[in-house]
Design a protein around this ligand. Sequence first.
Ligand code: 5CA
Length: 440
Amino acid sequence: MRLTQYFLPTLKENPAEAQIVSHRLMLRAGMIRQSSAGIYSWLPMGFKVLQKIEQIVREEQDAAGCQEVLMPTIQPAELWRESGRYDDYGAEMLRIKDRHGRDMLYGPTNEEQITEIFKASTKSYKQLPKLLYHIQWKFRDEVRPRFGVMRGREFLMKDAYSFDLDYEGAVRAYRKFFVAYLRTFARMGLKAIPMQADSGPIGGDMSHEFQILADTGESRVFCHKDFLKFDPLQSEIDFDADLKPIVDKWTGLYAAADEKHDPAKCPVPADQLLDARGIEVGHIFYFGTKYSAPLGANVDGPDGKSTTVHMGSYGIGVSRLAGAIIEASHDAAGIIWPESVAPFQVGLINLKVGDAKTDALSGDLYAKLKQKKIDVLYDDRDERAGAKFADMDLIGLPWQIVVGPRGAASGTVEVKNRKSGEKAEMPLEQALAKVAPKAV
Ligand code: 5CA
């Protein structure tokens, strides 16, 4: 993509309304634009990141055996009356009437909707277990929408639902999501720590929230320092195998959010306890028959008797993750994207647009990168070098290749790694190999 053609409305100044760094940087890097309180448009670069996050979430859900569906954003109130949540949910739920005066709502979550879909077609235990998910916009009329996309009113969530014949089956499903979540966040370069949690309005008696550590996190969290040594991507996972050992390893160490932490009862010695702030990026729940019973989701069991299915639900804050990743990975100059979610892998800077040699070398590199299917943003603007460097650091692409008149004369370019800050002069072919070692 040529920057002269790209829609990237960056800001020079810090926007006054942004209280935390990810919100500031997302606005400054032209990723999002506020529409109204807690509701955002995603501009090309922000949308690209959102789609990359979504794709990692999707791949890990699929790997765990979960099947993707797409449910509507607008739901009928009847379903929520059946579960009893229509009144319970309170002012956070956006209620709408259609032209016939029917009560509708903009879904804050989809337990009722998915249970209705499941129940319409599943009659026998032989059709179980089933794991279904979708990635869809939600609306919650939060009292205090803030921190940009981190606590929005409209936000993108991956929500998955499991259906099993009994408690044991539901625990197996719960573990699949638990492990898939560890992998999902690790692939985004995040250290996510599962913590026992309250289940809030979703209900249920087994629940973990996944918190990533970042100074600006909304909640204070406490956990054993050894968590930082764990690597969920170390080995391949067979999701059909018994996942209890992995879950036991991750739940065996102490971790608790503030409201669950009692210093007097904490089993971890002070020198091994991490006292940090966290951002909740995922939350999983087992709630048994809380929805299946009132909505009548029953199947015939092996003994021929009608049995109410056991359910769980499993959420990931997809749009929140865009902000959370920035909170966890930035410096004074801007964003530092992990490669897996970066909007482009390479930023190519032509330092002297109009100079025949730098234009030719930059154009050649641009073509070669595209040929290798490397996503590249080519800064072909006629701007000062300082402004170009500042913008490129702000948007935080993993690699920068700088083509200047001096290097162009000898056929060399400068390659900079955004994260380490390391810079080196090298010939063009070597630069290509450096920024895209795996490319064909
Ligand atoms: N039905 C369950 C799981 S499918 C559920 O709704 N869980 S939740 O309420 O915990 O939300 C799941 C995830 O969505 C949270 O962990 C958080 O990462 C994200 N999330 C929740 N509220 C917001 C919000 N207002 N803005 C952005 N992300 C949010």
